[in-house]
Design a protein around this ligand. Structure first.
Ligand SMILES: NC(=O)C1=CN([C@@H]2O[C@H](COP(=O)(O)OP(=O)(O)OC[C@H]3O[C@@H](n4cnc5c(N)ncnc54)[C@H](O)[C@@H]3O)[C@@H](O)[C@H]2O)[C@H](O)CC1
Ligand SMILES: [K+]
Length: 508
């Protein structure tokens, strides 16, 4: 959800708009609950925190006042951290002289909280709206927030939590310390995972309110997806942040595994091993000192290298098979042996896609395929004239094309990137569209760079779908920077040189 939130901004839909929409939806739902719970106008008491959750409450207050409710706002924090929440609080404060039936109380001390009206109100004819904490909860509950949660739970009023019951982990639904126990939880756009996972008595009746977030914010890969890249912990040491093995190269092709390897380092991997036939290995050693190259006898990757490669795979977190490997019967047998024996995330690219049997990977979620449309059709043995053609405003055409491709990829549990002007990333019934990149990326080697970034993110712990989605976005952004610098004259090596910067900027 946080990814979607951020991606809204890149569609031009600001968080302030989303907060207005969230607050309005909240007021509508509170109004509906009030009408069918109480036969008369009642008071709504809104407890607010210092973040966006509190901001939703400030917005809802405006709409509830217009619906004839008395509104008391109990602010637990007056140092509001969310700019959008601050804007909405200012609006309420600018309503002076006050004509609306609104009171705003600053609960600065525990005594203020203990003496607030909901504690003493014996009736139950009021609604408490819990806007203390939402998806931004972090660490143990501060004392005042904890006391406010107790007061809310002890009160007789009807309780409504906004987005997440305050005190509950929005991702897991776990309550480490204490949480509001609401009669209803109103979730914006989509039920938060934690709310869905929690027991019913911990969240009450769940209501999902639409706040105008368009599909595209969820289905286009964008900068919000960088949130999935774990922030590297400061005391990590070599090897913590991804170790990977690239199996590729042949007598004529040493560039592909080298480009993939350098891209993998650019995407943050710590240790990049390459296993390649001796001529390619020597060439890679000479050009890329940062790669740990294992030289395999002979001109091509073949079955007798199997044991050595499987041994190498034991010390890494993810493997990329294919770049520059060439196609031969023995390489084919080797690749199928590796896929059958190595139970770690595997990325299959280029020549591996022409040789690995579909049946071997059908039930593996940790497999990522990176075909362009022609490799896609040959891997899945597609007979008809299938194209990746979603560059259109015609939603029927886009939907049909994606559905047609999904029908094919649903044969496997893994993730498939179908590369094109707009790349399509598919896994089970989930899909994302990547719009970064440019036509200059038709230059040879950009696919090798992509496969290097995919295996790097996979080695750093991202699941197949997230690693694939983010990698395509990063590869395209690096291609866009290379284009800005050299127009259509950039090389895959130029693209690789921007990968690190793209991620650094994306994480800011
Ligand atoms: N698309 C949407 O779903 C929208 C959601 N909105 C609302 O915004 C919140 C998320 O806002 P955020 O500012 O990130 O965080 P919170 O308001 O949940 O709280 C953070 C706030 O609270 C303080 N805090 C954090 N942890 C603790 C703690 N353990 N004890 C005490 N205080 C704590 C911290 O200082 C922060 O200031 C989301 O849930 C929705 O309700 C937006 O309205 C827009 C669209
Ligand atoms: K809440």
């Amino acid at each position: 959800m946080m990814v979607t939130d951020y991606n809204c901004e890149y569609l031009g839909l600001s968080r302030l708009c989303l907060m207005e929409s969230a607050g309005k939806s909240l007021a509508e739902e509170v109004g509906k609950i009030a009408v069918y719970t109480f036969a008369k106008p009642i008071k709504v008491v809104i407890f607010t925190g210092s973040g966006g959750n509190g901001g939703d409450g400030f917005v809802a207050a405006r709409y509830l006042l217009n619906r004839g409710y008395d509104v008391d706002i109990y602010m637990l924090k007056d140092n509001i951290r969310s700019e959008d929440a601050k804007t909405n609080l200012e609006i309420l404060k600018n309503m002076k002289p006050r004509l609306s039936r609104l009171n705003i109380f600053n609960l600065k001390t525990l005594d203020d909280i203990n003496n607030c009206e909901v504690v003493s109100d014996e009736t139950s004819d009021f609604i408490i709206v819990d806007c203390l904490l939402g998806t931004g909860i972090d660490g143990n509950l501060q004392t005042n927030i904890k006391r406010a949660i107790e007061v809310i739970n002890e009160s007789n009023g009807l309780k409504i939590s906004v987005d997440v019951p305050s005190g509950m982990n929005p991702l897991t639904g776990v309550v480490d310390d204490l949480a509001v126990i609401p009669d209803y939880t109103i979730s914006f756009h989509k039920i938060k995972t934690g709310v869905r996972n929690a027991d019913e008595e911990a969240v009450g009746g769940i209501i999902t309110a639409d706040i105008g977030i368009p599909f595209e914010a969820e289905y286009f890969v964008n900068y919000g997806d960088f949130l999935r890249l774990k922030n590297r912990d400061s005391d990590s040491h070599k090897g913590n942040n991804g170790r990977l093995l690239i199996v590729g190269g042949s007598a004529n092709y040493s560039g592909a595994p080298a480009i993939a390897g350098m891209a993998a380092i650019g995407a943050g991997a710590d240790l990049v091993h390459v296993a390649a036939p001796e001529k390619a290995a020597e060439a890679i050693k000479a050009t890329s000192p940062d790669l740990i190259v294992n030289s395999l006898e002979g001109d091509e990757l073949s079955l007798e290298h199997g044991e050595e490669i499987i041994r190498l795979s034991e010390n890494v977190d993810a493997i990329l098979i294919g770049p520059g490997a060439g196609i031969s019967d023995s390489t084919s047998k080797l690749f199928n042996l590796l896929v059958a024996k190595i139970k770690k995330p595997i990325v299959l690219d280029a020549d591996a896609l022409k040789q690995v049997e579909l049946s071997l990977i059908r039930n593996r979620e940790d497999i990522i395929l990176t075909p362009h449309i022609f490799e896609f059709k040959s891997f899945f043995k597609v007979k008809n004239d299938l194209k990746l053609d979603i560059d259109s405003y015609d939603f029927k055409k886009v939907d049909e094309n994606i559905t047609e491709i999904q029908f094919i990829t649903n044969q496997i549990k893994g993730t498939v990137i179908v590369k094109g002007k707009y790349d399509l990333i598919l896994s089970e019934n989930n899909f994302k569209i990547n719009k970064s990149g440019n036509s200059g990326m038709t230059v040879g080697g950009t696919g090798d760079a992509l496969s290097g970034i995919v295996v790097s993110l996979s080695a750093q712990g991202l699941n197949a779908f997230d690693a694939a989605s983010l990698a395509v976005f990063i590869n395209g952004l690096a291609g866009d920077r290379a284009f800005d610098e050299k127009g259509n004259g950039f090389s895959a090596t130029d693209l690789v040189s921007f990968v690190g910067n793209v991620i650094k900027d994306g994480l800011c």
